[in-house]
Design a protein around this ligand. Sequence first.
Ligand code: C2E
Ligand code: MG
Ligand code: MG
Ligand code: MG
Length: 281
Amino acid sequence: RAKARGRGRAELFDESLRAQLAAHSEMETALTAGLAAGELEVHYQPVVGLAAGRLEGYEALVRWNRPGVGMVPPNDFIPVAESSKLICDLDRWVLHEATRQIAAWRAEDPVAAELTVAVNVSGRHLSDPRVVQDVTDALAASGLPAELLIVEVTETVLVSEPAAFGHLVALRELGVAVAIDDFGTGYTSIGQLAGMPVDTLKIDRSFISSADSGHAELVALMIRAAHTFGLSVVAEGVEEEAQLAWLQGQACDFAQGYLLSRPLPAEAAAAAWRAALLPAS
Ligand code: C2E
Ligand code: MG
Ligand code: MG
Ligand code: MG
């Protein structure tokens, strides 16, 4: 009987594994087709400079407007894309779309000329030698000055992907800035980052939301250490006035979060910069 039960369990396990694999490959196929069919779109979340309280630029965040399903958030499909070369095609598409969009806004009015755009690049893409050419191509196609583009990578990529380091050096030689995303969730210390091709630290939102319950000293320390090493700091996931005021007091450079704005479709993001930067008429 025990044997029979054990076999039953193994079959159940096989079945759920089979179902998972099927779902994964179904999504990979649909995402590949969706990318080609124009189902992906980029939303833009404002990043605000805290010294002047001024709109600095946007982070580009991909969404999949999947027919019959609706807007799929990146956490549901980026991991699938990352299990194959598909992530490189996806990241490349976002790079082109986001740089094109920001360049179009700059062309519309001189007040938008200094807006930056941050694009997320997955570890797999960053390790691929093509990444430097992809960024070069996107800048050339859009006409966006390299200085306005920020590439966001996670800290684990820097320490675990040997090829990534050289590619980041090459990207910075183009004039592109590098930001470490979700900082604090890995095992990298700020001292380690000092020797790395990095310009900006984005403190993970888990530290910001818990800043009132004991993490405040840690965040304050991160900001001071980053500044000591010449890095600028973005606080992610700012949801409350009190957090914003506190970060301002700590001389944090930039903030991003639902308090300031959710990620917006391109048209709404354009309305946001017009409202923030154009003189009221
Ligand atoms: P991320 O790069 O850390 O982006 C920030 C995420 O936090 C976004 O989620 C954003 O909507 C969310 N967020 C911003 N402010 C707040 C806040 O105040 N509260 C809360 N609770 N959340 C906030 P989103 O858009 O769902 O993206 C999730 C992740 O997917 C991103 O995290 C990034 O790692 C990845 N991702 C998004 N677009 C791309 C892309 O084009 N390429 C790659 N490789 N990854 C991407
Ligand atoms: Mg990011
Ligand atoms: Mg982040
Ligand atoms: Mg993230």
